[in-house]
Design a protein. Structure first.
Lengths: 133, 236
């Protein structure tokens, strides 16, 4: 079961990474503006990492809620099979799984926010400002 | 020690590449307090490149830039950022306001970056600046709800947020209609005349340039003419 959960989390983390790194790349011009105003690289990195973690946290909480409702829905389904005495899907509720999912979401958000923000903070603001005008 | 606010000494900027391009060459320029300077020249002559070098947005290939008599050559990026935040204000041709924020939040940005004032005082100062530019009624609006001229006035307010002595403007009226051009130019002019700021503006508009104190004409990366248009700057 952990293999399946692990695969799901891996795919989800790639999705999270793609979305957050795209958001950060789209903010390249904003980063140049902040740098031209005198914001330091570390401040810019911190802003984007905070944003990524916030997105990851909100995603994790929504994932908890929808995941819980989904498993409740699955657990309520009744079926009959001649091969088993079970008439419901066996559903396991474990706080550990919720914590693991949230941990993966936050970690992938952190990685997704950190690397693009770091490279964007190193960009030359003049190149971006010239390109944008 | 130099009395100049900004001084360029033999500044050259070469863009490296397969064919190196010299943007600015051997420029000596001293910008004194309370001057209103136009940097003019044909397209591609190096006007904006010179402005970015003076504003520490770019580093010279050779020569040095001094701010308040202090060489910036050996400054770290952190120190240069600090100088930009406290001593220089930038206005670009495009307003470059952050679209997700209200105009008050945009004006507050440099103050937040500096981190000297509490949030309430920052908001109060941002609103005060917007009021002084006739934008008080729009303080809760986002940039896309304003006209081009209003956005550019917000950009000037943002440049003034930390009360820097020097405003560097790159074609500040380049994308504006004649009415907005007159308003923005009037604001820049008042900054010098009434508030004792120094304004250095790149412009194509020779009519505007003729109304400033000094005109620095750049061709092929060199200053070919540096003329005082009025005696105002020297006597203020």
């Amino acid at each position: 079961m952990y293999t399946i959960v692990g695969a799901i989390l891996l795919v989800a983390s790639f999705g999270t990474y793609n979305i957050i790194s795209t958001i950060t790349h789209e903010k390249t011009r904003d980063i140049a503006i902040l740098k031209s105003l005198g914001f330091m690289d570390q401040t810019i990195r911190a802003i984007f990492i905070f944003e990524a973690l916030l997105v990851g946290f909100v995603g994790a909480v929504l994932g908890w809620i929808f995941g819980y409702l989904l498993t409740r829905g699955l657990a309520s389904l009744e079926f009959k099979t001649p091969f088993s005495d079970f008439n419901h899907l066996p559903v396991l509720y474990s706080a550990k799984h919720y914590a693991l999912a949230a941990g993966v979401a936050l970690l992938s958000s952190l990685v997704a926010g950190y690397f693009p923000a770091r490279s964007a903070a190193r960009l030359h603001p003049v190149d971006i400002i010239r390109g944008a005008t | 020690m130099s009395a100049a606010l900004i001084e360029a000494r033999q500044v050259t900027k070469v863009l490296s590449g397969i064919v190196p391009v010299t943007l600015v060459r051997d420029i000596d320029l001293a910008i004194m307090p309370r001057e209103f300077i136009a940097i003019t020249g044909p397209s591609g002559s190096g006007k904006s490149s010179l402005l970015y070098l003076l504003g520490l947005l770019d580093l010279p290939t050779s020569g040095e830039i001094l701010i308040d008599g202090r060489s910036t050559t050996s400054m770290t990026e952190r120190e240069r950022a600090r100088v930009r935040l406290t001593r220089l204000g930038f206005v670009f041709q495009f307003h470059f306001l952050l679209p997700e924020f209200t105009i008050t939040e945009n004006v507050a940005l440099p103050m937040r970056g500096l981190g000297k004032l509490p949030p309430r005082a920052i908001t109060a100062r941002a609103e005060e600046l917007l009021d002084s530019f006739g934008l008080g009624d729009h303080r809760h609006k986002n940039p896309d709800q304003l006209s081009g001229g209003q956005r550019q006035r917000v950009a000037v307010a943002r440049a003034l947020a930390n009360d820097p002595p020097v405003i560097l403007a790159d074609e500040p009226t380049g994308s504006l209609d004649s009415v907005s051009t007159a308003q923005v130019f009037g604001i820049l002019s008042d900054l010098v005349a009434l508030h004792g700021k120094t304004v250095v503006a790149v412009t194509h508009d020779l009519n505007l340039a003729s109304q400033m104190h000094r005109r620095v004409h750049v061709v092929d990366g060199r200053v070919v003419k540096d003329e005082r248009l009025t005696a105002a700057a020297a006597t203020v």
